[in-house]
Design a binder for this molecule. Structure first.
Ligand code: GTP
Length: 302
């Protein structure tokens, strides 16, 4: 069943909410809030597809709601249409500058409300699709290098602010060139997809970022983690990949496909001031894992 878009209507006048809800209820799931604080609470719990937001409300007004929505990562991209009085040119400009996608004047015309909502939902769906094409690796379905670079920069700042540790795993398939040479590129692609699935299955907390870094290299960015637990999970990942039992006749390490992992943990702002310190440490440890015999994890400590 196709999930219907959910529209959050925010207005301090129940009569206005009722009117707009009647206009939209046959095509969308409708939710409402009678004030700014309630709107923020609902939106942060489960971001709606679109918000129709009254500008003038007692307490937290429409501008404040919009401003706070933009600061919530899960709500930042939700389209917001302001609903305002007829001759509010100044409000219109201010709202658009603050990030509203459109304006509807009061008293709202049902056909206009339906048309604007439909247009902005379509635009949002298109931009989501483009975004996923830009940030997803098509072979494995994981995030791509571009997405990883963006997340690393953001997580570094986030962890720096709260003095949380940030862990990075560099994961590389052992002797993958020999695999490709022996089994061919099509089999090589299938092998990459299977290993990617195993990695994604092992590290799937909401803030974990698992990405294909390039070729046969993958990365896992793990904020706010207990190092010992990550180390255990990374060891389990090595086992899980060899237990996939993907034959690798020409590997110099094992008769099946195996991986090597370089692990690094730093507290941004305390141990280093630059995310490159983390990537180069993980890379060094990956190099050590390779030189110590592959099919293993190296964190540079044990
Ligand atoms: N099938 C396939 N192969 C790829 C892809 N991207 C990179 N490769 C191959 O991955 C191989 C990587 O080889 P190397 O960097 O020498 O690494 P390796 O053979 O795994 O050696 P070690 O890392 O030292 O164990 C090359 O043969 C690339 O052509 C891809 O998308 N599909």
């Amino acid at each position: 069943m196709i999930k219907r878009a959910r529209i959050l209507i925010v207005d301090d006048e129940p009569g206005n909410i009722e009117f707009i809800a009647r206009t939209l209820a046959d095509a969308y799931e409708v939710q409402f809030a009678t004030g700014g604080a309630m709107a923020l609470e609902l939106a942060s719990q489960e971001p709606p597809s679109l918000i129709l937001l009254d500008v003038m409300m007692p307490g937290v007004d429409g501008y404040q709601v919009l401003d706070q929505l933009k600061q919530l990562s899960q709500c930042r991209d939700v389209p917001v249409i302001f609903i305002t009085g007829h001759d509010d040119m100044g409000n219109e400009t201010r709202g658009l500058e603050a990030g509203a996608v459109d304006f509807i004047s009061k008293p709202a015309n049902p056909a206009v409300v339906r048309a604007r909502v439909k247009t902005h939902l379509t635009l949002k769906a298109q931009s989501d699709q483009l975004r996923s094409q830009v940030f997803i690796d098509s072979l494995t379905g994981l995030a791509n290098r571009r997405r990883f670079d963006e997340c690393l920069a953001l997580e570094w700042l986030h962890c720096q602010r709260y003095r949380w540790p940030l862990t990075l795993l560099f994961i590389d398939i052992d002797h993958f060139k020999l695999y490709n040479d022996y089994y061919g590129h099509v089999a090589g692609d299938a092998c990459l997809a299977k290993v990617a699935e195993a990695i994604g299955g092992q590290f799937g907390r909401p803030h974990d970022v698992v990405a294909r870094y390039g070729g046969e290299e993958f990365v896992c960015l793990l904020p706010e983690c207990d190092m010992n637990k990550v180390r255990d999970k990374a060891h389990q990942l090595c086992d899980a990949v060899s237990e996939l039992r993907i034959p690798h006749e020409t590997s110099l390490t094992a008769p099946v496909v195996t991986i090597s992992i370089g692990m690094a943990t730093l507290t941004p702002g305390e141990d280093a001031n630059d995310p490159e310190a983390l990537t180069s440490l993980a890379d060094q440890n990956l190099y050590l894992a390779k030189s110590q015999g592959r099919n293993r994890l190296c964190d540079g400590l044990s």
